[in-house]
Design a protein around this ligand. Structure first.
Ligand code: FE2
Length: 107
């Protein structure tokens, strides 16, 4: 199974366990939409498309899991790190890249 699919499955488990159906659908649309936008930006900038897509998938995972957006960027990066380590397919450098991803401007 490819690594993006593994992250999608981990994200799906969190959304299924944390949200009601209508909210879950919005969660999928938002996270998958941001993931696609990250892929486009990465292609445009000749960056790593896979890692960018994964950063997009995980960017609001703390908010969806905990129903709390306070300090969600920092807390989310810690949760994303746990998810990526548990998947076991990413190097420390890749996990660091994903968890520290930021959008640079201008787009
Ligand atoms: Fe978001």
């Amino acid at each position: 199974m490819d690594r993006i699919k593994k992250v999608q499955e981990a994200v799906g488990a969190i959304l299924r366990n944390s949200l009601k159906e209508a909210e879950r659908e919005n969660g999928y649309k938002h996270l998958y939409g941001v993931s696609q936008a990250c892929a486009i930006l990465a292609m445009k900038r000749d960056e790593n498309v896979e890692l960018a897509m994964i950063a997009g998938l995980l960017h609001d995972i703390y908010t969806y899991k905990m129903q709390d957006s306070q300090e969600h960027a920092h807390k989310g990066s810690l949760l994303a790190k746990d998810i990526l380590y548990s998947i076991g397919s990413f190097s420390n450098e890749e996990i660091s890249t994903i968890c520290q991803a930021k959008v640079r401007y201008p787009i």
